[in-house]
Design a protein around this ligand. Sequence first.
Ligand code: TMP
Length: 254
Amino acid sequence: MSRRRQLYEGKAKILFEGPEPGTIVQYFKDDATAFNNQKRGVITGKGVLNNRISEFVMVRLGEVGIPTHFLRRLNMREQLVREVDIIPIEVVVRNVAAGSFAQRFKMEEGAALPRPIVEYFYKSDELGDPLVCEEHITAFGWAAYPELDDMISLALRINDYLSGLFAGVGLRLVDFKIEFGRLWEEEDVRIVLADEISPDSCRLWDMKTNEKYDKDRFRRDLGNVAEAYQEVARRLGILPEAGPRDLKGPEMVQ
Ligand code: TMP
């Protein structure tokens, strides 16, 4: 890491001032936390893999017209992104009951949902990221109604596209968490996808075996955590060391 002004250190990333105004460098750490920081660990190589996986996903989403903060990957652990005002809401989209949703409704993990369900959590370590609704978000001024409309429609488009992308490599997109930011362009403000999309922020299950390829391996002490992240990268065709065949693109699973 070169010497730059550090803007913020989160649980899995550090943000530095970027080389040009309006840009930020996202540095991906190997640190992992769960349950609001109560469980901590290191997943060796996670930062490198998440940097690549998130780059791949953000670029693909950009190609289908989803506005994102992503500019370019700089090196193994860093990517350049546009500076945005992060909206303090975690938007979760669920296709299958799992995690806190399965617990809340006493549903079995793996039960299909009648349609994708969008939930909001207020980003606050102190409060433990509580589930909130549109009334809370607008009344407390975290986001305005038109911004929420953009966030929901983008979240559902992202879900459609990513469900297909991961299904193509034999992975079921069970649920995921995304964050949005306000991008200021002269007089204009628009909502763009920010943060990261990686096995830290998605649940990905093998289509055939339901084996987990995501951070639940760390949360639930299932073992082979780094291997699971590697397998996601390998299936997406973005692990250069996996050989030239894998560099061509996603591997199709019948
Ligand atoms: P949950 O079932 O624990 O609410 O998680 C829903 C999705 O959001 C899951 O894919 C994991 C992701 N997630 C995060 O990215 N960060 C978090 O802090 C939490 C709790 C979940």
